[in-house]
Design a binder for this molecule. Structure first.
Ligand SMILES: O=C(NCCCCc1cc2ccncc2s1)c1cc(-c2ccc(F)cc2)cc(O)c1O
Ligand SMILES: [Mg+2]
Length: 214
């Protein structure tokens, strides 16, 4: 019977990466998606920008919206200091099951909590469920039309603090025009665009970094 793309990505990790070595997991996924089949991981070009922003912020609490196969969760968690936590939200249970295995294979499962469900339902429960007061860093990589409502929800739930950094993937392709309009015209945020390309392609894309000013 036919396997799914996430299952094939997990197989490539198990075949080509070294257990407990996050960098080899990242390389194995990028190699597979460059040479075998495209997949919607943030990829190596935008991933390097993600790395630099995470390293600069050095966050203790991270929220990722949109786990997919766990590629960006591994990228982020491998850079976190001991005691820091990444909470990552995935909508699709079958995909979440693969991501959990890839995160475990990389050996960074102690830093990552993968939650299944929709961001709109889960964000209001973050404080009570995970004892989070606020997030230091948020990576938006889920449904592009959820970027604005979920940013507003994070504000309303008091999950942003002065200096919280939001980094949004795909603001050009597939695109998040309402998000760019919202965040760039909002005096409570200081935003900067990082031009790049859609993962594993020459198509224009980029990341929008926004600092919440309180
Ligand atoms: O849709 C994308 N990513 C979201 C997947 C949706 C997963 C979730 C939705 C949801 C809702 C509520 N709460 C939790 C979640 S988790 C996505 C798509 C492309 C792309 C680009 C060009 C193409 F031709 C075709 C696809 C590239 C990317 O980098 C992406 O991130
Ligand atoms: Mg993306």
């Amino acid at each position: 019977t036919q396997t799914t793309r996430p299952q094939r990505i997990l197989k490539a990790v198990q075949k080509n990466a070294t257990k407990g070595d996050p960098d080899s997991v990242i390389s194995a996924i990028d190699h597979y998606c460059k040479h075998s089949e495209w997949a919607m991981n943030v990829g190596d070009e935008k991933g390097s920008i993600l790395d630099s922003v995470v390293s600069e912020v050095n966050p203790s609490t991270v929220l990722e919206l949109g786990t997919y196969c766990g590629y960006s969760a591994v990228r982020i968690a491998r850079l976190l200091s001991p005691g820091s936590k990444l909470i990552t939200v995935e909508f699709n249970p079958a995909i979440a099951a693969i991501a959990k295995q890839i995160i475990a294979y990389a050996g960074i499962q102690d830093k990552v909590t993968l939650v299944e469900g929709s961001s709109g339902d889960l964000i209001p429960k973050m404080k009570e469920c995970f004892g989070i007061t606020s997030f230091d860093f948020i990576f938006l990589d889920h449904w592009k039309d959820r970027y604005v409502p979920d940013t507003k929800l994070l504000e309303e739930c008091g999950l942003l603090r002065k200096g919280t950094v939001l980094l949004a993937d795909n603001v050009i392709c597939p695109g998040a025009p309402e998000y760019l309009k919202y965040i760039r015209n909002n005096r409570r945020y200081e935003s900067r665009y990082y031009p790049a390309h859609l993962e594993y392609t020459k198509v224009e894309d980029g990341l929008e970094k926004s600092i919440f000013l309180g």
